[in-house]
Design a protein around this ligand. Structure first.
Ligand SMILES: Cc1cc2nc3c(=O)[nH]c(=O)nc-3n(C[C@H](O)[C@H](O)[C@H](O)COP(=O)(O)O)c2cc1C
Length: 263
C-alpha cells in the first residue's frame, strides 16, 4: 500500500506516548477501519505481521508499577510478530509498527509502544502464535484519558522536539544548510521518532543519492536498537514523501542499518 504521507506527517506531530487511557476497547467503527488498514499494511514485509487484539491489554501489562511502563486503562493492543528467519526482522518490525501507530494517531487513537514492561506469556494466551514466530513488541491502543485540544497538541510537538537530540548531534558531519529541502524535512521527521527509553540510537549520513541510517555506538542490545531505527526509517520516509521525494529502502549489514535511496 502507498503511505498516506500527509496524514502520517501530521500524525508525527500529534503523537506522543500515552500511558493513561479511558478504560475501553476500540469503538466498533474505529476497529473496523483500523483492521482494514492493517490487512493492507501487513502485506508490506513478508515474515512480519501485526495482529490486533480487541481486549486483554491489562492482563498483558499486569504486574508493572512505577511511571515507566505503567499503562492504565488500555484494553486493545497490537502485537508485532516476526518469523525467526526473516532477514532484518527488527528494522522491519519497527517500520511496520510505527506505520500502524501513525495510522492510529491520525484516527484519534492514542498509542504507546511497549517492549519492556509486558508479559509475553500472557500475550501467547491471547494470540495464536505460530511455532516459528517471535513477539517483537506490543503497542497499547485506546483513547487518551485527558483529551488535549489542538492548541495543546501543537505545544506537544515542541515538547517532543525538546526531548530529542539536535540534528547536529545525529548527523555524521553536522548539518549542512545547503541540503535540499526534502533532506531537511526527512531528517527532522526522523528526529521526532519515538524510541525505547527515548535513547534515539539512530545516526544519519547524507549522501548524494539518499540518506543512510546507522547505529550509534552503544552497549545496549543491538536487535532492539535496530527496531528503534526501523521506527525512525518510517518517519524519515514520511518526511521525504511529504516533500515530494519517493524512494526505496536498501537494508544493509552492521553498523549501517539501511539507506533510503531517492528515486
Ligand atoms: C520500541 C519502543 C519501546 C518502548 N517501550 C516502552 C515500555 O516498555 N514502557 C513504556 O512505558 N514506554 C515505552 N516506550 C515509550 C518511550 O518511552 C517513548 O516513546 C519515548 O520516551 C519518547 O517519548 P514520546 O513517545 O512521548 O515521544 C517505548 C517506545 C518504543 C519506541
Amino acid at each position: 500500500m502507498e503511505i498516506p504521507a500527509e496524514k502520517w506527517f501530521e500524525a508525527v506531530r500529534k503523537r506522543s506516548s500515552i500511558r493513561t487511557f479511558l478504560s475501553a476497547s476500540l469503538k466498533d467503527k474505529d476497529e473496523k477501519k483500523f483492521t482494514e488498514f492493517l490487512d493492507e499494511w501487513n502485506e508490506k514485509y513478508k515474515g512480519i505481521r501485526i495482529k490486533y487484539v480487541r481486549d486483554g491489554f491489562q492482563e498483558v501489562a499486569k504486574g508493572f508499577v512505577g511511571s515507566y511502563g505503567k499503562i492504565e486503562g488500555a484494553q486493545s493492543y497490537l502485537v508485532i510478530l516476526a518469523e525467526k528467519n526473516t532477514p532484518y526482522k527488527n528494522e522491519k518490525s519497527g517500520y511496520m509498527g510505527e506505520g500502524a501507530v501513525l495510522e492510529a494517531v491520525s484516527m484519534g487513537i492514542s498509542t504507546c509502544w511497549v517492549t519492556g514492561t509486558y508479559k509475553k506469556k500472557n500475550v501467547s494466551k491471547q494470540v495464536d502464535i505460530k511455532d516459528d514466530e517471535i513477539i517483537k513488541s506490543v503497542i497499547a491502543l485506546g483513547y487518551a484519558k485527558d483529551k488535549t485540544k489542538l492548541s495543546e497538541k501543537l505545544v506537544k510537538t515542541i515538547v517532543s522536539s525538546e526531548k530529542r537530540k539536535p540534528l547536529e548531534e545525529l548527523c555524521e558531519n553536522g548539518v549542512d544548510e545547503n541540503w535540499p529541502d526534502w533532506v531537511k524535512t526527512a531528517l527532522e521527521t526522523a528526529r521526532l521518532a519515538p524510541s525505547a527509553i527515548n535513547r534515539q540510537p539512530w545516526r544519519f549520513r547524507v549522501e548524494d543519492d539518499g540518506i543512510v541510517v546507522y547505529l550509534a555506538k552503544s552497549d545496549d542490545e543491538k536487535g532492539s536498537r535496530k527496531l528503534d531505527c526501523g521506527i525512525a526509517m518510517a518517519h524519515l520516509e514520511v518526511g521525504a514523501l511529504c516533500s515530494g521525494v519517493k524512494g526505496s529502502w536498501k537494508l544493509s549489514l552492521d553498523p549501517e542499518v539501511a539507506k533510503f535511496i531517492k528515486e
